[in-house]
Design a protein around this ligand. Sequence first.
Ligand code: SF4
Length: 324
Amino acid sequence: MKCRGFSLMSGGLDSQLAVRVLERAGAEVEAICFSSPFFSPDTAIQSAKALGIKLNVIDFTDDVISLIESPKHGFGGAMNPCIDCHSMMIRRAGELMVERGFDFIATGEVMGQRPMSQNKQSLGIVERDSGLKGRLVRPLSAKLLEPTIPEEDGLLDREKLLDIQGRGRDRQIQLAEEFGIVEYPSPAGGCKLTEEGFCRKLKDLKDHETLAERRLVELLAIGRRFRLPGGSSVILGRDRCDNALLKGEKGDVILAPVNCPGPTALVPSLKCEADLELAAELVCSYSKYDRLIGDIVVQIFPEGAAKAVPRPYVREKFKEFQIC
Ligand code: SF4
């Protein structure tokens, strides 16, 4: 009987190659990917489909939020707790491995590809912290690492695993041709926790409110963000698509101009009346009022009140309150 493994799938080329190399070494492979408000499983879904393998999608939101609150190994360049996040993903995958009676977990990591997170020491930390010692296979660099249990047991043919290292992509491109892999996204990107602008919003939420409320975290992906002097935050739609997504729930305040085109604003938790006045002025300052004679009328929900906001509407006034 073939050995069975779960391979972590980002959808990028290395994670696709890892699957094919494992299959060539004698394994039956299913993929695992993770979803959260910070990264989407869409690319992994497409890649698993192209590879013709089963994909298991695991909701990782609570895990990654707990790591942002308290990252044991700190953050990368932004608010990305990569070492801990990676260990936690492998730990979750390991739980599924035990539950389903699989033999190993694999990743598409390449030694030395990312100097901070994919050197021998970091790879060792991830293996130790994930609690999967001996069961974590890195098929693209396996020959540069200690043999794992499935290799020692002869379930995975070590000779068919690889010894890629460093940042060059030549061998991966060559292997992609060999395996007939034609579509793959660029190796970088995809995680909002590495984006500076997004992380400014995340830090603001962490400092002023809470990351425990999933909806507040999900709203970070939408619009411009302001923190007003009274402590209220305002999410201002950038375009029609954002405006449509800014739907209020109980306790929220929504503002939108009535007599000219302009953005919708969502105030998730209004702290004071002065902030409401400012939020209405903010909406006006981003509205298209060139052809309007008179003042902009702003509708405020849930009160249902519509109020005229007197000119002038000065966008610069809000620069100091803008997070992103
Ligand atoms: S880039 Fe994002 S998803 Fe990937 S390990 Fe780092 S924090 Fe986790």
